[in-house]
Design a protein around this ligand. Structure first.
Ligand code: SF4
Ligand code: SF4
Length: 154
């Protein structure tokens, strides 16, 4: 009898605790979002898809130094093709990143001496084939206006 009574009392206490927790959260602002209609506020340092910044005049920031290639822990994920322009200066002809293999560590952006390579806040990268996750220079390039947004974060 004593055992049954103590079990009943502890049951009531547990239920009350549960109800109290529910009540506590009932009037709080929800932390979930109705995605994709509602978009999350991402931090400026969010590590999303890689992109190449340009200077104000629209010319490449990337000099093709290759530092990003060397620090990438995923091997040959970044590939840079260079060629000489009419003045004999090396220019970056193509810059290819296989985003399907990228682990978003950010090493490549941290070592970039020209602040030309950045991680954007673009996170919706799902696609139907591995090939379409390979971004060439044309796809990676930001406009001069978009490039400005990353002035302070990098
Ligand atoms: S973010 Fe990391 S894994 Fe991705 S390309 Fe840069 S260095 Fe390589
Ligand atoms: S580290 Fe920067 S400047 Fe050097 S190749 Fe990579 S993106 Fe270009």
């Amino acid at each position: 009898m004593k055992n049954t009574l103590s079990k009943t009392i502890s049951g009531i206490i547990e239920i009350s605790r549960g109800m109290f927790t529910i009540l506590k959260h009932l009037f709080r602002k929800p932390i979930t979002l109705e995605y994709p209609e509602q978009r999350p506020d991402l931090s400026q340092r969010f590590k999303g898809r890689l992109a190449l910044r340009v200077k104000e005049d629209g010319s490449d920031r990337c000099s093709g130094c290759g530092s990003c290639v060397k620090v990438c822990p995923c091997g040959d994920l970044i590939q840079i093709t260079k060629e000489k322009d009419e003045n004999g200066k090396f220019i970056v002809k193509d810059f290819v990143v296989d985003m399907g293999r990228c682990i978003f560590c950010g090493n490549c952006t941290e070592v970039c001496p020209s602040k030309g390579l950045v991680m954007t806040n673009e996170f919706e990268l799902a696609d139907y084939s591995r090939e379409s996750l390979i971004y060439d220079k044309k796809r990676l390039l930001l406009s001069a206006e978009e490039s400005k947004k990353y002035d302070e974060s990098n």
